[in-house]
Each structure stands twice: as C-alpha cells, then as structure tokens.
Design a protein around this ligand. Structure first.
Ligand SMILES: Cc1ncc(COP(=O)(O)O)c(C=O)c1O
Length: 459
C-alpha cells in the first residue's frame, strides 16, 4: 500500500488503526462499535479525516503544538535536505543544525546561554530534575535536593515528571513516585484560596510558606508553567511573578519555567515568562519548537548552572552524565530553524497578540450570552472558558456536558479542547489554542461554534 490512498485503502487504514493502534489518553471501549477518527491531511488551520470531513483546528494538533499550521513545504524541504546531508550523530558531538538553532534560540533568551537537546517535554523537564539533583549532590553536600511544583500544573508523563503533577487524575494509579517532590498551591484567583486584595502576592507567599515548612536548605528548584495549560488555562494574577522571583532569590532556589506549551509564540511573546519580566535559571520547551514537524525538545539554562558541571574536570562523575539518543537527530533543530524563521518573517507574534485579543473579546461576549460561562482567561492565542453550573457558587459544570460542547463543535467541523482527566471534579474548562496564523474569520468561526454548542447543550 502506498501513502497515496484510494477510498478502499482508507477503509483498510481505519480498520488497521481500530485493530492495532492504542490511542493516547483514550478509553477504547467505544471503538468496538465505531471507528476511531483518523486524520489524513492538513493545510494551514484545516484538517481532513478519513471520511473526507473538513475541520477547523482550534487546538493546533489537539495539544497546542502546530504553531505555524499544517502543510509547510519549506519545513519539509529543510528537513529532507538535512536528512540527506546528515540525519544523525549522537549529541556527544555537534551538528550544524544543532549549533545554529542553539545560537538563534539563545539570541531570543537574554541571560540564558546553553541548550541541551532531547525529544519530548517530559524528557526536557526530567533533564532539569537530574541537573538539580546533581547540583545538590556536588554543590550542597546532598542538601537542596527537593523540587517544588504547583497544584494544577503538568510537566509530563514519565514517572519522574508525574511526581511533579499538580493534576491528580494524571498521576493516580501510576505510583508510587520518587521522593523529594513537594506541591505548592495554585494561583487561580477565580478559585480563590485566600480572601485578600493582593491575590498574586498572597499566592506567591504560599510558596514561601511551603519552603519554610520543608526547610529552605532542602529545596533546590521550583518548576512552574508561565500560564498553566491543561490544568485550566490559568493566567497568573498581577504581582505573582515578581514575588515568586524574589522568593527564589531569597532562598537560593533555581527557577525552572516549563514553556512546553507557551514557548515559541503561543502567548504573543517568544516565551511566556517574557510577559512577566522574570529571569529563570532553566527553561524547557517542546511542542511548538518545530510545530510537530519533527520531535525536538530543549532544556535551556544559564552559564552559571553550566559551569557547575565542569568545575572539576578530573572528576569522572563531575559532568552531566546523561544522553538522549534521538537528541542527536538533526531533523528537530533544522525544522526548528525554519519554524522560527516563519514566525519571524510572517509576523506571527504580532498576529498572535491581535488574534488573541479578538478571541478574548469573543469569549467575553459568550460570557455575556451564556450564564454557564463562569470565567474566561487567556494570553495570546492561548485561552480558556471555565463552565459552571452556578455562577454564584461556582459549582463546576457537569463534565459530560463540557464534553458534549466539545463534541457538538466537532460535529460542526470545529475542533476545540477541554481539560481532560486532569483535576477530579474540575475538568470543566474549554481550551483554545489556534495556530499562530489564525485570521479573524477563523477566530470568529471557533467562537460561533461554541456559541451554538452552549445553546444546544445548556439551553
Ligand atoms: C506544560 C507541559 N509540560 C510538559 C508536557 C509534556 O510534554 P510531552 O508530552 O512532549 O512529553 C506537556 C504536555 O502536554 C505540557 O503541557
């Protein structure tokens, strides 16, 4: 069978999928009586499935990934040319795309200077956790080995990163987890934990309380998403980040920003943290780095951290003894170079800000029209609408109805997302992350579909 498929071939493909593919994040029981959705083609923001149905993709490949849209021939050509020239060499040596992309990335990240390549967001985060543990062992006599993470944040699917899952439904049944990962409270003001005027500072102070409880000399790092993604699109309240930075400096705690979703333009700046004037010690990124055209993730850090791993060249255990085999694939960085060029040349950061404002305006109008929309939050093309059964009590909307809204949009040919098996009782936020190339009519079509779906599902 070639990949140029006839209708008969497509039926065979769907059967093969149904019989043999184990889908991510999916209960397969329904596929005993119906076909799974199989996508065949994508162009710009549009997708076509095996039945020929067209969709407008409001979530960039399902999980906020395809930032520059589908069908980019220039990325495909750059990857093809590079694969013929040199497809791979292990990351113990350099390659041309690896070096060039590192330089281009660092140019966008003042204060940071070193890039460590791997393949997934989880892996990029694991690298930081290992670095922090090794710094603890070498610089702090074994102290400062704990890592703080935040309620409602997510950092990956491995056992190590699930140990830092602030989303209980992701972590349940996969334990026990390794020691030394400690949770701090979330900062979502809509679900306020403190009745104060300066909510942002108060939420950051809650981190300090955990540090003092655990003992500052036991804490090596704090990992946070700049804007929480799968935990409900949580934009930080004013005053939060400056206080977080201050606390980290006060207790000599390394600040690790997980940009796996926000990185490469999603919030209208190159990186989410750059909206908040903070200076991280580690930044991790994956999804949008090459928009899904190749697998690549990066762990970026400072010269200060890097220097700690070469302070005793005679010590055989003194350097970062880690390898990611496919971190040496050249397809990732070469796709990332072209991805970054597209974002720059097509003015996609500016477009993200403009279209993000439009999306937020439209969502605010939906809030006026539908009592079930309790809160709308977002930054750039990264927005969420939290659905509630009662605006006053903020009782979350029934999860099945939230999923019915997603399904209704899908039947209209518009793909949106919702928090999914993340937070017990709180999987009630619709998630939107259209490609950074979105035009006004794309944004309007997405919110019009949601409008219709809310009317049909909630009346
Ligand atoms: C904020 C964040 N960090 C890390 C990850 C894990 O990335 P990956 O699935 O590439 O391992 C995700 C995935 O959704 C994420 O949203």
């Amino acid at each position: 069978m070639t990949l140029d498929l006839t209708q008969n071939d497509i039926s065979a493909v769907v059967a093969a999928d149904r019989n043999h593919v184990w889908h991510h994040l999916s209960q397969h029981k329904p596929y005993e009586t119906m076909d799974p959705r199989v996508f065949v083609e994508g162009k710009g923001m549009r997708l076509w499935d095996a039945t020929g149905k067209e969709y407008l993709d409001g979530v960039s490949g399902g999980v906020w990934t395809v930032n520059v849209g589908y069908g980019r021939e220039s990325i495909a050509n750059a990857v093809r040319d590079q694969l013929i020239k040199l497809n791979y060499y292990a990351g113990a040596a350099g390659t041309v795309p690896g070096a060039v992309f590192a330089q281009q990335l660092i140019d966008k990240m003042p204060g940071l200077s070193r890039v460590y390549y791997s393949n997934s967001g989880s892996e990029a985060n694991e690298k930081v956790y290992k670095m922090v543990r090794q710094i603890a062992a070498r610089q702090h006599g074994g102290r400062k080995w704990k890592i703080l993470y935040r309620d409602r944040d997510y950092h990956g699917t491995t056992i190590g990163t699930l140990a830092t899952s602030g989303q209980d439904q992701r972590a349940m049944q996969y334990g026990p987890y390794p020691d030394g990962f400690v949770r701090v409270p979330h900062c979502l003001e809509y679900r306020a934990q403190w009745d104060v005027a300066n909510y942002g500072e108060r939420a950051a102070d809650a981190i300090e309380e955990v540090i003092l409880r655990e003992g500052p000399d036991t804490i090596g790092a704090l990992v946070l998403e700049p804007v929480t993604a799968g935990g409900g699109v949580i934009t930080p309240p004013d005053g939060y980040w400056p206080r977080v930075q201050e606390i980290c400096r006060k207790y000599d705690i390394l600040l690790h920003i997980d940009e796996v979703v926000c990185g490469l333009g999603r919030t209208g700046t190159w990186f989410g943290y750059q909206n908040y004037g903070i200076q991280p010690d580690f930044v991790t990124m994956a999804k949008g780095v090459a928009s899904g055209y190749a697998a690549i993730s990066c762990t970026v850090t400072t010269e200060r951290v890097f220097e700690m791993f070469k302070d005793d060249a005679a010590d055989p255990m003194g350097y970062f003894r880690d390898i990611s085999t496919f971190g040496g694939c050249t397809a990732g960085p070469v796709a990332a170079i072209e991805n970054m060029r597209i974002i720059e040349d097509e003015g996609l950061l500016e477009n993200t800000l403009a279209m993000g404002n439009r999306l937020m305006d439209n969502l605010t109008t939906l809030m006026d029209r539908h009592a079930v929309v309790g809160d709308v939050r977002g930054r750039g093309l990264f927005c969420g609408a939290e659905l509630v059964a009662d605006r006053k009590t903020k009782e979350p909307a029934d999860e099945k109805k939230v999923q019915a809204v997603v399904a209704d949009c899908l039947s209209q040919g518009v793909i949106i997302g919702a928090t999914n098996r993340s937070l017990p009782g709180l999987n009630n936020t619709l998630c939107l992350s259209p490609a950074l190339i979105a035009r006004p009519d794309d944004i309007d079509r997405i919110t019009t579909a949601i409008d219709g779906a809310l009317t049909r599902v909630f009346g």
